[in-house]
Ligand binder design. Structure first.
Ligand SMILES: [Zn+2]
Length: 302
């Protein structure tokens, strides 16, 4: 498939499948919810959740997703403030999260990405992506707006490129893309995750300065989690990886043939999680092959 065709296929697939999970029937419509003073979660009704911060000197949006989602988010922002949108943050390089920046740029905002994500978006543009305006390097970058500090944390390799976790300590709030999805097993074959580095990163996220987070995907209803994710969900995600790996090792020790391990692995404590029947064997294939062949993706230090 030619790259241009692949791009239009990807755009169609996002619309058709909504991407996040096998159970999309009760997907809520767009919503805006104030989770801390001046901090709002925003759902596009498409399985993707964003966040925005309103200050006296402008607005910061987190996760543009795609143009339709961004247009709806700008409408939601204008519903709560007249302040201009100064910045739109990209969490990482994947097209299904990093598209739509052009809508914010047209609205006068500057888009922001870690250099590893920005390099990718420049080299491998998607149908709906744009080149970020502000590119930062290293492990930490802070943006101050209206007396509020927004921390940008790059925690190293874990998922995609340039993955940034955003923390607003004063509001006790964070934005976390893809690394934590409450009440769901790993997505599909856990694409572009380095499993071991993901586990390490989740431990580091637990040390960051927040109480609640907006997670880009969640299977919790608004009633179950009106303020989004918490550190309990970060810890549950980490424990899921540990338990899955443990179950695979247990099968190795029993002498189960490798080809049979992914369908034999059972983690009944997660049986209620979305994707358990469909995706757990795929998750197990991925983790087992990483143990067998070596972890992927891998990049040299420095
Ligand atoms: Zn991703």
């Amino acid at each position: 498939m030619k790259l241009t065709n692949l791009r239009s296929f990807a755009a169609t697939a996002v619309v058709a499948f909504g991407v996040t999970g096998p159970l999309q029937a009760d997907m809520p419509l767009s919503y805006t919810n104030e989770i801390a003073p001046g901090v709002y979660s925003f759902g596009g009704g498409n399985g993707y959740h964003s966040m925005f911060l309103v200050t006296d000197e402008g607005v910061v949006a987190f996760e543009t997703v795609n143009s339709t989602h961004s247009e709806k988010m700008i409408e939601a922002i204008s519903g709560v403030t007249d302040q201009p949108i100064e910045f739109a943050m990209h969490s990482h390089n994947h097209w299904d999260h990093a598209s739509g920046g052009g809508v914010f740029q047209a609205a006068g905002a500057e888009t922001v990405a870690h250099t590893l994500a920005a390099q990718y978006l420049a080299a491998v543009p998607g149908q709906d992506t744009s080149v970020p305006d502000i590119v930062w390097d290293g492990n930490r970058h802070d943006i101050e707006i209206g007396g509020v500090t927004v921390q940008l944390h790059y925690l190293g390799l874990n998922h995609g490129l340039g993955m940034t976790v955003f923390v607003i300590p004063e509001k006790r709030v964070a934005y976390i893309a893809d690394l934590v999805t409450p009440n769901r097993v790993g997505f599909n074959i856990m694409p572009d995750f380095n499993i071991g580095e993901w586990e390490r990163t989740l431990g580091e996220i637990l040390e960051l300065d927040f109480d609640v987070a907006v997670c880009s995907h969640t299977e919790l209803s608004a009633e179950e989690a009106p303020n989004g994710c918490t550190k309990t969900h970060v810890e549950e995600e980490r424990q899921f990886i540990v338990d899955l790996r443990g179950a695979i090792f247990a099968e190795f020790q029993k002498g189960t043939p490798a080809n049979e391990i992914p369908t034999r692995v059972a983690l009944p404590q997660y049986a209620e999680w979305v994707g358990y029947d469909e995706w757990l064997p795929m998750n197990a294939w991925r983790v087992m092959l990483d143990i067998w062949m070596g972890p992927y993706p891998w990049v040299p230090e420095g």
